[in-house]
Structures are given as C-alpha cells and as structure tokens.
Design a protein around this ligand. Sequence first.
Ligand code: ADP
Ligand code: MG
Length: 615
Amino acid sequence: MADFIHLLPDHVANQIAAGEVVQRPASVVKELLENAVDAGATEIKLIVKDGGKALIQVVDDGSGMSETDARMSFERHATSKIRNAEDLFQLHTKGFRGEALASIAAIAHVDMQTRPADEEVGTHIRIEGSKVISQEAEVCPQGTSISVKNLFFNIPARRNFLKSNAVEFRHITDEFHRVALAHPGIGFQFYHNGSELFHLDATSLRKRITAIFGHRMDEKLVPVEEETQVVEIKGFICKPEYAKKSRGEQFFFVNDRFIKSPYLHHAVVSAFEGLLKPEVHPGYFLYLQVDPNSIDINIHPTKTEVKFDDEHTLYAILRAAVKHGLGQFHLAPMLDFEKDQNLETPYAYRNKEAEAPGISVDRGFNPFKESSARISYPGSYQKKSADGWENLFIDLESGSQKQDSFSSVHFESEVVTGSIFPESENDEASEATTFQLRRKYIVTTIRSGMLIIDQQRAHQRVLYEKFLRSMTVSESLSQQLLFPVTLQFSPNERHILAELSDHLQALGFVFEDTEDDELAVKGLPPTVPEKEIASVLDGLISGYKEGNEENLSQSDMLAKALCSAVSVKTGDRMDRVSQLALVNDLFACKESMLSPFNKPIFITLTENEIDNKFK
Ligand code: ADP
Ligand code: MG
C-alpha cells in the first residue's frame, strides 16, 4: 500500500497555528503589546488604521533584539522566555509559547526594526506570509517597532469573516485597555486613523483607571485590599449606585495578566448582594498576585483563562475582601455626616414609599344602637382586609384597585381606530375587560375565548415599530428639556454614541458636546422619561455592542436596544387605560405575534379549550 502521511510544510503549519493565536486584529494588538511589556519598555505606542485591517504598529523602547534574535523571533517555538517545561511554573512574563510572531508573520505583511542598547546599528526585516523578503542593517532607535499590514491577505475566508472597522476597532480598544490597566507604570499612546485617542503617562493605578475611563470615575472607586498567604488582592470596585446595565468595566488581573473568570466574577457579584438594582452589573478592577506555582496559564492559546490550584479559598478571600471594601466605604461617609441612603436599605425596599396610616370612620355608626357595634379605632393602622375571601384574588390587579405609587405605568394608545373590541352593544366583549395577572400578563376577552398577552414583549413590539418608523421618516417629536441633563461617558461609549448620532437625532434625541467626557442631553423622544435618560443610554450602548456582533443594521439595532430599554417590564403595574391602550396598539402593529426578539407575544385560550378542562 502506498504511504499517505506526510509532514506539512512549515508555512502551512504556521497558518494553522495562526488560526488559534490570531482570530482578529485585536489578537495581534494583544500579542505585540505584551511582547513590548515583556521587553521592559517604559513607553509603548500603538498605531492602528481601519480597525487594524490596514495597519497595526507597536513601537517600544524596550530591550530590542540582536540581528540573530530578530531573525529567530519569527520561527515557531522561538522564545527567550522559557528553556524547559519547569520554567512554565515560574513565569513572570506574558509570552512563553514562542508562537505569536511566527503566526502573525504567516498571515500578514510584517515589517520590523529593532536595536538593542549595546549596538550602534539595528536590524530591519520584512516578511510576507512566512517568507523573508529582505533583511538589512539599519540605523534606528533603541527598542522595537513592528508593523503588521494586510492581515489575513493569504486567507480570504478569514479576512471576509472580519467584522466592520468599527467593531474590530472596539475589540482593539478593549485589548488596549486591558494591557494599559495591567501596567500603570508604563506610558501608552494609542492612535487610530491619525488621531490620538489615549495618551497615558506612567502613573498610579487609580490615575490610570481615571485616565482611561474619565475623571468622574474617581468618585466611583472604592479601594479593595487584602493580603493573605494564598493571594494578595488590591484594586478597586465601583460603588453600587454606579453599577451599569452594560458589563463594561469588569477587570481581573492575575499576576498582571488580564484574565476572564466567571467563577471569580461570581465571588465579586455575590459580595454586592442586596446593594444592586436588578439587571445591573458592578464595575471592578481587581489585581490578584499569587504564587506562579499555584496557577496554570497554559490552558488557553490566547492565555486569558487561568486554572487555580485552590479556587475555593480564592473565592472566599475575594468575596470577603470586596465585602470589606464595601463596608469601609459605607463607614467613611458617616464621618462627614453624609450617610449614603442607598446603602442603608436593601434594594428591594428602596424607592418604596411608606404607606400612610389609614383612618376609617364608620359614618353610619350609631353609639346608641347596639346592633351596629362595628367599632373602628381612629388613628390606628387600618389593615386592608386581606384575610378573607378577597385573598383569592390578590393577583388580579385590575385598574379599579388602589394603585401603589411604586412602579406603576400609565400611557395612552396612539391608535385612534382599530380597536379589537367589537363595538356592538350586546356583545359581551364590548365591555373590554382587561386585567393584569401577576404584573406580567394582560388578560383580555375575545369573541372565541381569551387572550393572555406578555406585557413586556407586547410593549417592546409596539415601541420597536414606532422607533423604526421614526428613524426612516424622521418625523419624530423631540421633547425639549428645560434643564439639559449632563451625562458622563467613557471615550469608548462616546464613540458609540457618535456612530449612532444620526439615528438618535431622528428619534428625537438632542445632544450637545461639552468639555471632556461629558455630554449634555437637551431633548428626548417623548417616550423616554427624563429620569431614565442615563439608564436608557446605558442600555442602548450595551444593546448596541451586542447587536453589532450579530451584524444587524444600525437602525434595527438601535430600535431593539431602545425598545428594551424603555418598555414596560415584567413587574410593572399597569392601570386599566394603559392595558387597553397596549392591547390596541399591539394589534395595530405590522407583526403582533412575535416580539422584536422573536418571542411569542400572546397565547389564546378558546372557549372550547376551557370547556374541555371542565370535562
Ligand atoms: P513569546 O512572547 O511567547 O516568547 P513571540 O513570538 O511573541 O513569543 O516572541 C518571540 C520572541 O521574540 C520573544 O521571546 C522575545 O525574545 C522576542 N521579541 C518579540 N517581541 C519583542 C520586542 N518587542 N522586543 C524585544 N524582543 C521581542
Ligand atoms: Mg509574545
């Protein structure tokens, strides 16, 4: 039989390896920045064009490489960082696999200039798809400059798979943030398409965080510090009231390496228990130092996952440290007699108004007539009769019952015609009975039986179609604010809002740029309540990030994000008028069966089905 097995040529093997290390431009950025950090640089410059598709360049003032090393660095498994497998357990550098440069050179045009301090002349190497095009001696500054152009030029399938420049750029920014946060002692600059986005001087951790996320971040930070035999923890958490709908600012670093860890994340979130609104995420910047011996960072090619020897202990220590940090911050303001109310009350009870004691007077009470001896005590708390048969109906919150002031929603239909309720007098449905079930469903009668509508999904559908319409015909109204609301965004978030500004204007938002990282909102779409602006825009930004990943059209994305941000939610009480309005609006929609997120909006229960249940 003939032999079939043969060894792959190096350049093919490199291309395959590249697939693991380099998924997108941001992966190149990560590897190059980490190499510069490993080389002991004090200043690192990142230059990017067109979301990294056209150019990624990293310039450092680190150790540089000799002529031989410069050539060697592009070989697979070429590394100066480990010599044998044991070294893996004493690792203090970012790299060790010796794969990054070989992989990048296999799938791009690479140009490198490098010079160590003790040499006069440096080396200039050009490589395209693993082939060395030229190598010559050249005068250049100490350190290394590597530029990577035309990423995936020889793998069209991967190139086509890349997302828009804006999305790729955002991934690059994320990587940049991670490396810059891990190394506040190094200065960083970041340019995109010729403009300087970040100029970060070497500084303290706290200042690095505020330099990246805006100076207002400073007031949000609470320090966390804990030293034990197993781990040393330092860093910051954000005060609970600044928790956001987007998961943006959550960072773990283990031995100065950014990592993802759902397990440790859980430890942090659980320490915030009772202090967060539902559906928001706390921000944190937490730095763990552990014995390199006690972790394995080898398990993931991009090295963002770490395996700890003793996860459980780490979990407990981290949770306690965060709790302690929160407690400290809780105590501190008391000294200046400004207690933070938000920390006093568990979230579920906050914003709930105290119930006024009710007084009931029996007007027909005649003290001289013994038979009507129903005495009520003026001034005492009059309990709403909740013990009798009425208990059975406690969840049938129809509009006729007393309203809480808590999360009740009222709006009116915009649809004038097209009521689904028949007008005919003797039709029982003309009474248009609706009621709310468990603050979740609107139940209503139709000719053939009944309809159970998911209030949140229904409202999302109504708003979604409305927003799409406003964006296409630009007919929407804007409600001018008497006092503009100033909000604060990180450069990244402002970037997203700028991308969306045309559509946002069409919807009725009016923005005005102010100094630094602030944005003044001067007008709003009438559907967005003023006190919700911050949370709506926050939800919009996070929804947009997710939608972008799925390559939706911008207007679709925005309509989806906005409708989920402002819709009635499960748990909101709706009065009778709003219930009716919602039902009418829903059936005036182009599509009333499915929510914008493709979930069913209502179910029907026919008379037959009900009859069957009684058999
Ligand atoms: P690794 O970082 O895993 O060792 P790389 O392929 O990223 O593998 O780099 C290979 C080697 O090239 C490194 O071990 C290092 O010696 C050298 N090198 C890479 N980038 C730089 C740089 N910016 N400055 C100095 N040396 C570098
Ligand atoms: Mg490396």
